[in-house]
Design a protein around this ligand. Structure first.
Ligand SMILES: Cc1cc2nc3c(=O)[nH]c(=O)nc-3n(C[C@H](O)[C@H](O)[C@H](O)COP(=O)(O)O)c2cc1C
Length: 458
């Protein structure tokens, strides 16, 4: 059942919702004050109990990540907050920065205290000028009130400073190790791991990189208590806790960002929050940002074995499975950022995939040969298909090339570019074959997918 919450979005819609006065009226900065007097290990335990799975896409448990930071060291530690938000279809983080920046600053204070850092850098997608302005404004207000600086809350032992850093204008800079290079003023290319950021991250020092929604959830987690936060979710038993922002765009009547308990189904997201499919019937849905493989509207869960984590949904539509990190993985896709892109049956899956391929070819940083060359080849072949000039065996070549990218790159961009291609081809093979055979005549004409995927068709 649809369970909307308003912990993260409570102030959205208020006049000048980004001002400190609103935040303080709702009890803002009380949790930051409290953690200043808590022990580091207790803060990490509270974060672990929340079962917050990283909101940036990979879904790694936040508390566990914080626990990787060295307990005590003579090196500076850093918190790096990822607000690059470059994934087509994903537009939730920007609302937090623009409408409620103080929750992020308070989250940074809690995070810094939890990982033993004195400095947080918020790395913001460069184009988001309003978001950056609002963050800087919030930092100034928090400093003036003594929440940041040398002696936050008049406590001596834990200075905290927060800085906003403009992104470098490339999708790859959202990948955490490329982001760290970019933050250091280097070219935004991913780093080999190990060492992991907790060992050697920003400026070679122990660092935690968290998505900005993960960090903005901290005041709520500490106000409710980690366990209570976790139990908001219907997937609490799968260690996927709390509430989060869900986005829906594409062919829906009311696209937007909505806050709900974790465990919302795609059907609820599309038909209740998104107002239903615009201009046709549902063809498929990309569940969590464009790197997550598409699900067809007519797919059912195939999990006959009792030991299968998805067994309780066996035989049901995939649209009725709660969206969680492990449930979506069980369906062969990912929850990602939980920002779904909806395709109606007026959309052409061939052209939709082509749009994605063009995006990934353009955004590959070029460091790894399989990704650089593979995405180039994928673009050339899919362009031929769209132009009605390809042969059927080139569909198999797509499979081969995308398969060669998977697992052969330094960072997850490789998988992120190959998985959706393989997904489209697997789920829509008959449509692809018909398109090739008829040289595009079988394609539904209707809606321009460039709009769906936020990309230019030119
Ligand atoms: C190509 C690529 C782009 C990414 N872009 C973002 C992004 O814009 N924002 C984000 O939070 N995570 C992004 N990620 C995931 C980050 O690498 C990292 O997992 C995340 O920031 C960790 O935060 P979390 O654990 O709180 O989710 C991206 C990953 C890849 C491979």
């Amino acid at each position: 059942m649809l369970k909307r919450t308003d912990y993260l979005t409570k102030r959205y819609g208020l006049k000048e919702s980004w001002k400190l006065s609103h935040y303080e009226r709702d009890g803002g900065y009380r949790q930051a004050r409290r953690v200043m007097r808590m022990k580091r290990e207790d803060i990490v335990e509270e974060a672990k109990a929340a079962n917050l799975r990283g909101r940036g896409g990979a879904g790694f448990p936040l508390g566990v990540k914080w626990g990787f930071m060295p307990p005590k060291s003579d090196k500076p530690h850093y918190l790096v907050v990822n607000a690059d938000e470059g994934e087509p279809g994903t537009f939730k983080d920007r609302t937090l920065m623009e409408l409620d920046p103080h929750a992020i600053i308070e989250g940074c204070i809690i995070g810094c205290r939890g990982i033993g850092a004195n400095t947080a850098y918020i790395y913001v997608r460069d184009e988001l000028h309003l978001a950056k302005d609002r963050l800087w404004g919030a930092i100034a207000e928090a400093k003036k009130k003594g929440y940041l600086g040398d002696r936050p809350f008049s406590v001596n032992n834990h200075p905290v400073e927060v800085y906003v850093h403009s992104g470098a204008g490339a999708y790859i800079c959202g990948e955490e190790s490329a982001l760290l290079n970019s933050l250091e003023g280097k070219r935004g290319e991913p780093r080999l791991r190990p060492p992991f950021p907790a060992q050697a991250g920003a400026f070679g020092m122990p660092t935690t990189v968290n998505n900005i929604e993960s960090i903005a959830s901290m005041p709520t987690i500490f106000a409710l208590g980690g366990d209570n936060f976790s139990k908001l979710s219907s997937l609490h038993d799968m260690r996927d806790g709390g509430c989060r922002l869900f986005g829906v765009s594409g062919h829906v009547k009311t696209p937007g960002v909505f806050e709900c308990a974790v465990g919302l189904t795609l059907r609820e997201l599309i038909y209740e929050l998104g107002g239903g499919v615009a201009g046709g019937e549902l063809l498929g849905v990309i569940p969590g940002g464009c790197s997550t493989p598409i699900l067809r509207a007519d797919e059912v869960v195939d999990a006959p074995g009792e030991a299968d984590p998805l067994h309780r949904w066996h035989g049901q539509s995939v649209l009725d499975v709660p969206m969680g990190v492990d449930t979506m993985r069980g369906l062969g896709t990912m929850a990602g950022t939980c920002c779904a892109i909806v395709l109606s049956d007026k959309a052409c899956p061939v052209r939709a995939m082509h749009n994605l391929v063009r995006f990934y070819r353009h955004e590959s940083c070029g460091q790894c040969t399989p990704c650089r060359e593979g995405n180039g080849w994928l673009e050339r072949i899919t362009s031929k298909i769209v132009a009605g000039e390809a042969s059927l065996d080139e569909l198999d070549r797509i499979h081969e090339i995308a398969g060669n990218i998977m697992g052969n790159t330094i960072c997850a961009f490789g998988e992120g570019s190959a998985m959706p291609v393989l997904g489209f081809l697997k789920k829509f093979r008959p449509e692809f074959e018909a398109y090739v055979r008829t040289r595009g005549a079988s394609s539904p004409g209707g809606l321009a997918l460039s709009e769906t995927l936020g990309l230019s068709d030119s």
